[in-house]
Design a protein around this ligand. Sequence first.
Ligand SMILES: Cc1ncc(COP(=O)(O)O)c(C=O)c1O
Length: 324
Amino acid sequence: MTVGTEINKPEAINHRPHCRLPVFNKSILEGIGCTPLIRLNNITKELPDGVEIYAKAEWFNPGGSVKDRAALNIIEDAERSGKLTKDKVIIDSTSGNTGIAYALVGAVKGYRVALVMPENVSEERKAIVSFFGSEIIYTDPLLGSDGAIIEVRKRIENEPDKYFYGDQYNNDANWQAHYNNTGVEIWEQTGGNITHFIAGLGTSGTFVGTSRRLKEFNSDVKVFSVEPASDFHGLEGMKHMESSIVPGIYDYYLADSKCSVETEDALEMVKLLASKEGLFVGYSAGAAMKTAMDMARGMEHGLIVTIFPDSGDRYLSTSFMLGK
Ligand SMILES: Cc1ncc(COP(=O)(O)O)c(C=O)c1O
């Protein structure tokens, strides 16, 4: 640029008036939670005017999924109670996202982490966990997440002093993470106007903790759980309760209604969310959104909030994403 040349200054327009600029002085763990709530504006055009759908974008968590919240609270709760000390190895069974979350928190806090998972978990997840420095123990894919749970129990029985068992399926710190954070965030982000909450079931921590808090804020809020329609499904992270070991933290009576989704319908919704909303999300988000849309069609007024647990990046190597 020649000295004295007038530069062509743009008009000052603030495109991001909502922008927060956090600085994390302690560690990346400060970035867990406080995720954006996104209004779905395109695929919802067919819905009645008075009905809105919002999704909590949980892939904004540093480990890329909703499970960061539970893993952090499980580990910090165990630190406070003295169950977790630096000489112990954190162990748990995980379909992948919790493993990544434990691996991330363990890396920052300096714990060894051992993760037991079915061998068919996506390659991306295995790679991420290894980069964080965690050990992976594989179980038979045909036995699903229950096979991994059984393997963890065996190892702990053999060497009880070696491990801290996160036990995400039975640990109250799992649902309490959502009671203390996710539920409050949704209440604040909707200005207390939420009428319906929808979430998929894995350990059930997200659904149970968030629903309990929302119903405390306003007992009129209706809550709906989502499960795969059958036990043989491709919705990673989700559990078909009837055919599974039921998590100890699951509250059977909490849901106003229990919904189920066919795998094909969830996958179709994943495509729609990407092509119409610019949201490349995982399969369980597709299942949650499919349920939200079905519900919204039958309503006249309401503000539905659902959870999008992770992003489609986590499934790039699976046959559906590869178009096979
Ligand atoms: C992709 C995905 N969706 C949904 C869930 C369900 O969350 P929760 O375990 O809180 O029920 C999980 C849990 O691992 C998950 O990985």
